[in-house]
Design a protein around this ligand. Structure first.
Ligand SMILES: Nc1ncnc2c1ncn2[C@@H]1O[C@H](COP(=O)(O)OP(=O)(O)OP(=O)(O)O)[C@@H](O)[C@H]1O
Ligand SMILES: [Mg+2]
Ligand SMILES: [Zn+2]
Length: 837
């Protein structure tokens, strides 16, 4: 006995390992199918039940709004055509979507609908020729086959769906000898379904445009060989010519070009690329040839991750949807019993008008179809998610979208979020006589090249500009000290780089050179070598374009903004001044755990809170917030992972836009739900008060379904393209700005001159929209002009800046609002737009 008992685990293990081996041998592939017959969540279960048992199918997911079924399968075990056959066997009208095609969906009504319509029309002449009334019965029969097939497939799996309810109504009407009614029901139902499919085409096209951005082939730079994108290894060099899509993420190694990153960031303007620039799969190479060394496999490229996220987001159900679904499960059987009761009980107890009760039961059944109610959330969520993705905001699920609309407060990180995270080194000094400048630079740049903090990049670049190459391989024991700086050992020396906390920790001598005292608006760093302060430096960073505008926009929506930074209090206050005092609270010198604590404090005090951040030190706070938004494709991976949404572009104005989209989505869902319930109530009221009209019930049902879809699709048009021309202007300004910084890298004079020319046009207005140049969109142009006008008279309107008083250093430094104007420091709107944003 024991013997056989013992043999089981062994057997199981061998079975398992066999299975594991088989599954490892298998080559999984994803097939996208257009399945027109999917219209309700009832069909989702049906599709799953049909495909899951097939051998060689690993995963099935159904995207209702775009009528897409995604099957992960092993083509050698179960072919695409087999899957299509199985689905069509249940009348689901499936077809394989070709790679890169935009979800071809039948534009013409099916022959069933046409025949049904034609017969119904002919039957309307029965007042001329009474036998024509039989044509109505013919119409019902002609249109019914797809319904019967689907209904039968559902029924054989003990599921009750809309097709069955409609068939009951049709059979009921025929039983009452009301053939016209039967014909009308079939016609209305099939036509509405067709219209719904048409309406979904747009949404579906949007989704496939997300999925088919990457070209299937790429060209190897060295050999010119054309290879499958999936077969490209990391580190291969591929050639991307003008007008082609970048096929894999990578780094430019040769050539120069401008790239349109709209597919990722939602903003269409040329981004200049030169050697060492990063490029991403799915972006468009506009002009010039570039050779790209790949940094990821095609399946791990950013766009592929995005695709997966969007797919997952559609499948993850939101709160509202889960509620509806869980009700729908008990609801439909309950309604069937109720219907049977209404039809059977009154005649049994002797009611006279049996036919009326029978009709009432049928109306009840049809009206009970929860189709529109079930659709009201997912379709709206789908459309909003697509719009968000198009504007460069990747939302990880319907839940997040709903929370976005509830936001009452936003916590911003400073470095890399409010500011650009592109530091410049202002001062770099050796302290004492222990080390030489070149040695100090070598140590720092070597250690910093192991850090991903934005300050690190600036320090490495600074060293390189002094012809010193970092050697990260010589650094041992590298450590990140959260909220303080970094540590590393090089040439046998123990070196700390960081803020004054590091100074306090690592050095006994705390006296700082005179020069570093009283510096405004910069971050000061210290270098400590074996316990001695050997170097100091200061770094400055500018606010992002539109940061102040974004915060003001949030305020106008009743949302308060706070700043949470690991940087010094001085740097925080400086940013606040640059923003014209737009922030309500400043908290500085925070450790990652302080950020978490403050986010939960804001949550408790104000309400649902969003956190926007980019760095590793933001990750825990992002997870804590109701909605954590990570900034930028180049932001930290940890932040992107823990956040609920990722802003692919660096346009901070997308933050208020996202909240607005969330609010709009919530409103749309509410309208959908109310109208779908109201329509049913109206029909039932009509049936009780006057008489039960079957076709009106069907019309109300399919009509609200259609309305729900159309109403949700209004979400598609907004968001991304809302600002149109303004957006284009801002984009031009930004690309100008970028060109300027590119030029500045080469020669600072050239930059001023080249953009200065544009500045000359400024008196006439913007060169693209001819509006007077005032708005932040034209910051670059003004940038130059303000430099010239610094001494001149400033604008008469002076936005009152809130006076900043910093209390606790580590903890909250809440600022009382006062209306005194800080002189000089960016309080005038003219200067603000010019210098800082
Ligand atoms: N690699 C580094 N080199 C030098 N100093 C650093 C480095 N990393 C961190 N520091 C110092 O530690 C401070 C806190 O860093 P932390 O990453 O917590 O915040 P931050 O990114 O500067 O600000 P924010 O939280 O607004 O993004 C920095 O302001 C800087 O002074
Ligand atoms: Mg940061
Ligand atoms: Zn319905």
């Amino acid at each position: 006995m024991t013997g056989s008992g013992e043999s089981y685990p062994a057997l199981e293990a061998s079975l398992l390992s066999d299975e594991a081996a088989a599954s490892a041998r298998r080559k999984w592939e994803k097939t996208y199918l257009d399945v027109l017959g999917v219209c309700c969540s009832a069909e989702v279960a049906l599709v799953e039940r049909l495909l899951a048992p097939l051998d060689g199918v690993r995963a099935v997911s159904v995207v209702v709004p775009s009528r897409t079924v995604v099957v992960e399968h092993d083509p050698s075990a179960v072919s695409q055509s087999r899957i299509v056959k199985v689905l069509n066997g249940a009348g689901l009208e499936a077809s394989v979507r070709a790679y890169g095609s935009s979800g071809v969906i039948g534009r013409w009504p099916s022959p069933y609908i046409v025949a049904c319509g034609a017969l119904l029309l002919a039957s309307s002449f029965r007042w001329l020729l009474p036998p024509l009334q039989w044509l109505a019965l013919g119409a019902a029969c002609a249109g019914a086959p797809p319904m019967v097939l689907r209904g039968f497939a559902a029924a054989s799996r003990l599921a009750l769906d809309i097709n069955i309810l409609m068939l009951i109504a049709v059979v009921g009407a025929v039983a009452l000898k009301d053939y016209t009614e039967a014909g009308v029901i079939v016609f209305l139902f099939t036509t509405a379904e067709w219209l719904e499919t048409l309406a979904c085409t747009k949404a579906s096209a949007g989704m496939s445009s997300l999925m088919s951005m990457i070209p299937p082939k790429a060209v190897l730079a060295e050999t010119g060989e054309v290879v499958n994108v999936r077969d490209i290894d990391v580190g291969a060099v591929i050639a991307v010519r003008a007008g082609e899509m970048v096929p894999v993420d990578g780094v430019v190694v040769d050539g120069q070009s401008e790239v349109d990153e709209r597919s990722l960031t939602g903003e269409s303007y040329p981004v200049p690329k030169q050697p060492l620039s990063e490029v991403w799969a799915g972006t468009l190479n506009l002009d010039g040839y570039i050779a790209v060394r790949t940094s990821a496999l095609a399946e791990n490229s950013t766009v592929a991750k995005m695709e997966r996220l969007v797919e997952e987001a559609q499948q993850s159900k939101s709160k509202t949807q889960r509620l509806i679904d869980s009700c729908a499960k008990y609801y439909t059987p309950a309604v069937v019993f109720l219907g049977a009761g209404v039809a059977l009980l009154p005649p049994l107890v002797g009611a006279r008008d049996a036919e009326r009760w029978f009709r009432l039961a049928l109306v009840l059944l049809v009206s009970a179809c929860p189709c529109a109610l079930v659709l009201s959330t997912p379709v709206a969520t789908f459309c909003a998610l697509l719009t968000a993705a198009r504007m460069g905001l990747l939302v990880k699920g319907g839940d997040v979208l709903e929370s976005l609309g509830e936001i009452k407060a936003v916590a911003f990180d400073k470095t890399g979020t409010i500011t650009r995270g592109e530091f410049t080194v202002d001062i770099f000094d050796v302290v004492g006589h222990k080390v030489q400048m070149s040695q100090l630079l070598y140590w720092i740049s070597s250690i910093e090249s192991k850090s991903s903090h934005p300050m690190a990049a600036a320090l490495v670049e600074y060293a390189q500009s002094k012809s010193i190459e970092p050697k990260p391989e010589c650094v041992a024991e590298f450590r990140i000290l959260p909220g303080e700086g970094i540590y590393g050992e090089i040439d046998g020396k123990r070196i700390y780089v960081g803020n004054k906390r590091v100074l306090a920790r690592a050095s006994s001598c705390q006296t700082v050179p005179e020069r570093m005292n009283g510096l405004k608006g910069v971050s000061i760093g210290y270098v400590i070598c074996d316990g001695d302060l050997v170097g100091v430096f200061s770094l400055s960073d500018d606010c992002r374009t539109g940061a102040a505008e974004a915060i003001r926009e949030l305020a106008s929506m009743g949302i308060s903004s706070v700043l949470l930074t690991g940087d010094s209090a001085e740097a925080a206050v400086h940013a606040q001044e640059r923003l014209g005092g737009a922030l309500e609270e400043l908290h500085s010198e925070l450790f990652p755990e302080d950020k978490v604590r403050l986010v939960s404090a804001v949550k408790a005090r104000v309400g649902p809170t969003m956190m926007v951040g980019d760095g590793m030190n933001d990750a825990p706070a992002l997870a804590m917030a109701d909605v954590g938004v990570s900034m930028g494709i180049s932001g930290s991976a940890a932040a992107m992972e823990t956040s609920h949404a990722t802003l692919m572009s660096s346009d901070i104005l997308r933050v208020p836009e996202a909240v607005r989209l969330g609010r709009r989505a919530r409103r749309t869902i509410a309208v959908n739900m109310v109208s779908s319930v109201a329509a049913k109530v109206a029909v039932l009221a009509l049936a009780l008060a006057w008489r039960p009209v079957l076709w009106a019930a069907v019309l109300a049902d399919v009509g609200t379904c259609l309305l729900v879809v159309l109403n949700s699709m209004l979400l598609l048009g907004e968001g991304g393209g809302r600002r149109g021309k303004e957006e284009a202007c801002r984009a031009t300004a930004r690309s100008l700005e970028m060109r300027r910084s590119q030029l500045a890298a080469v020669s600072p004079d050239a930059a001023t001159k080249s953009v200065g020319k544009t500045g000359g046009d400024a008196s006439k207005g913007c060169h693209c929209c001819h509006k007077p140049i005032k708005s932040p969109e034209h910051s670059v142009v003004i940038n130059v002009r303000v430099d010239e006008q610094r001494e001149g008279p400033t604008d008469a309107t002076c936005t009152p800046a809130k006076n900043v008083e910093v209390t606790g250093l580590v903890d909250a430094s809440v600022m009382p609002a006062s209306s005194s104007c800080v002189s000089g420091g960016g309080c005038c709107s003219r200067e603000k737009t010019g210098r800082n944003m």
